[in-house]
Design a binder for this molecule. Structure first.
Ligand code: ATP
Ligand code: MG
Length: 428
């Protein structure tokens, strides 16, 4: 007995029944990104482990316990990327992309984190993300956030809410950190193991805890906005005013800190109640010091990543199918010379750039069976080529989706016009 082979736990196959929905959603997001001037960057799935330790932060869930890290045959420590920003910054520095001008980039693809698989949380998941480099102005934050708001309009999604916060400057965060540490020390007995570990190294992370037992304690903790430095406060107020002017609604959530260390000032999340515990669909923020920290010239930046599994789940829960409907024409033919002629015709039809999907039957079965299969394949049109059509240089066009089936035998060079005319007759 050969053991049954299965996909790795938490890593999913995307089957043909679902891929049109995914492609449709991705294409719509990409169309919006293009309208805002974002250009695609494609990066390796594997990076040196050090890159993630230095950017995401040593004392984070991702780096402490979620990374797929391995030694390659040279003994180098490599990691399957758990997120996209670190790689974009690495590539930007390596290829000299940060030259002081505005640079807008987007990426897409699988990310890997060894988390406990559940709805909306997988070990291989997929993100579309965007990063904009070269401006510290709040206008940039507003433009980027407004673009994410446009995503939802584009997809017909409502009910996502925008949560916004400012993490302030590094100095402001350091002062806040001490206050927070003192507070949690006073309540040490109530903390869980993860939070106890963070108490010394990274107390802000406790605010990001998913443990419901800590919710009340976290809600009563000292508030970050009260510790903001004047510049960050002005930046945040300007951002809020800009979002108001753009008609993008938000709520300020003073507990929003995000799970990665590189963020400062603006952070935001798009959250829904429709997906259970994993309700954050899109999340991002400013990271003005990261480029410099990795050895590049000082380059302020802001970005976000959107989880595609959660987005597709939300679309399904909202009854929205983002797939672009496919037009299918199905060739039905008698055997022998008719079949050869059908094959040639299919080839000619497919040569047009705007051709529909043209399917050949390939079963040599009888007409009835072939038409049944055409119907099952979702075809709108059957093109029937029998002995009479072969002899007359014609084709029979049959509309399969009409309430009353219509068909007509016409010269082969009038197929498109015939389909258009018969389709028009379907709708009175
Ligand atoms: P969460 O708080 O849900 O763990 P996160 O803060 O770790 O998310 P980010 O690193 O900011 O997430 O990633 C951005 C987005 O990617 C998330 O908002 C979510 O939509 C998606 N995402 C993150 N981790 C996973 C995962 N393990 N499975 C599926 N989607 C994920
Ligand atoms: Mg996480």
């Amino acid at each position: 007995m050969v053991a049954k082979l299965q996909a790795v736990r938490g890593m999913n196959d995307l089957l043909p029944a679902d891929s049109p929905r995914w492609r449709g959603a991705e294409q719509r997001l990409q169309a919006v990104l293009a309208r805002y001037g974002y250009e695609e960057i494609r990066l390796p799935l594997v990076e040196p482990t050090e890159l993630f330790a230095r950017t995401i932060g040593e004392v984070t869930d991702i780096v402490e316990k979620e990374m797929y890290t391995f030694q390659d045959r040279n003994g180098d420590s490599l990691t399957l990327r758990p997120e996209g920003t670190a790689g974009v910054v690495r590539a930007g520095i390596e290829h000299g992309l940060f030259q002081g001008q505005l640079l807008r980039l987007w990426y897409q693809g699988p990310m890997f984190r060894h988390e406990r698989p559940q709805r909306g949380r997988y070990r291989q998941f997929h993100q579309i993300g965007a990063e904009c480099f070269g401006s510290a102005e709040p206008e940039l934050d507003a433009e980027l956030i407004a673009m994410t708001a446009q995503f939802w309009r584009e997809l017909g999604l409502s009910g996502l809410r925008l949560e916004l916060n400012s993490l302030g400057s590094r100095e402001a965060r350091a002062a806040y950190r001490e206050r927070l540490q003192a507070y949690f020390r006073d309540h040490q007995a109530a903390l869980d193991a993860d939070s106890l570990r963070r108490l010394d190294s990274n107390p802000l992370r406790i605010l990001d805890s998913k443990n419901p037992d800590l919710a009340a304690l976290i809600a009563a903790a000292p508030s970050l906005p009260e510790h903001l430095d004047a510049d960050s406060r002005a930046h945040f107020e300007r951002l809020c005013a800009l979002l108001d002017a753009l008609g993008v609604a938000y709520t300020v959530n003073p507990r929003l800190v995000r799970g990665l260390d590189y963020y400062g000032r603006t952070v935001f999340e798009w959250v829904t109640d429709a997906l259970g515990a994993q309700g954050t669909v899109c999340a991002g923020g400013r990271y003005d010091t990261l480029v410099e920290q990795l050895g590049g010239r000082p380059t302020p930046a802001i970005g976000f990543a959107l989880g595609l599994e959660r987005l597709l789940d939300l679309l399904a829960a909202s009854g929205i199918d983002p797939a672009t409907p496919r037009e299918i024409w199905y060739l039905v033919s008698a055997p022998g010379a008719c079949r050869a002629q059908a094959m040639l015709l299919a080839q000619q039809l497919r040569a047009a750039a705007d051709a529909p999907t043209v399917l050949l039957d390939h079963s040599a079965g009888n007409f009835g069976k072939q038409v049944q299969r055409a119907d099952k394949a979702g075809a709108r049109v059957a093109l029937i080529l029998g002995e009479d059509e072969l002899a007359g240089g014609t084709i029979t066009v049959r509309m399969l989706r009409a309430a009353v089936t219509t068909q007509e035998t016409v010269p082969r060079d009038t197929i498109h016009a015939t389909v258009t005319r018969l389709a028009a007759q379907e709708r009175p």
